[in-house]
Write a protein that binds this ligand. Sequence first.
Ligand code: SF4
Length: 250
Amino acid sequence: MAEKSKIEWTDATWNPVRGCTKISPGCKHCYAEVFAERFRGVPGHPYERGFDLRLVPEKLEEPLRWKTPRLVFVNSMSDLFHSGVPDDYIVSIAEVMKAANWHTFQVLTKRSERMRDLLNSKLQFAAHSAHIWWGVSVENRKYGLPRIEHLRRANVAVRFLSIEPLLENLGPFDLSGIHWVIVGGESGHGARPLQKEWVLSIRNQCWQARVPFFFKQWGGVHKSRNGRKLGGRTYDQMPVTSSIAPQFGT
Ligand code: SF4
């Protein structure tokens, strides 16, 4: 069984793929790479091969054995739509998600064009399940905003944005068809700073569009000192998936 996740917006992680390669500025301080590379060369360790991409078929059916419903972050240590993951393997993962419908699955990618194309073809059988949420990472205007458009073009039930690490002011952008927005700053050594105005701009746009807003953290080198309050309160809204229409969860 996967350990309980420390990620603020999920309960558990499931990694039927391990490892990845960098694709855009949001990857610069990838926590998964830092973690995996610590164990490179350790015989028998799950990350014996560091952050090299590999499939882990023995993990495929893990969620079917978890009897208690969970929010499951899929591939916290990889990117499901990496070009090194075959279509058939992605279909197998989606089949498990579709079958394990007592859980809620969160799939997050930076390879948004491939996700869109597969969701509109081989993954259609899973695209309309309200317990599977499909999301893209957004770190800046150049790389992040086009991913939102790719996501909107995917014919799915639930779409979300992980705007983390937010690296600049995104300015006004289109939230139509989006059901949940997470925002956070970078944490750890060399963390790039997050400015309050950038977060407020997104929060205000979410209010106007009636999209649930979750503020994860300010981040920074010592993230626990900076906390996760914005304007004196926390934001923990979640999507309400009993309806396709955007609603406030809290
Ligand atoms: S896509 Fe995600 S997992 Fe892959 S290198 Fe970038 S941040 Fe890390």
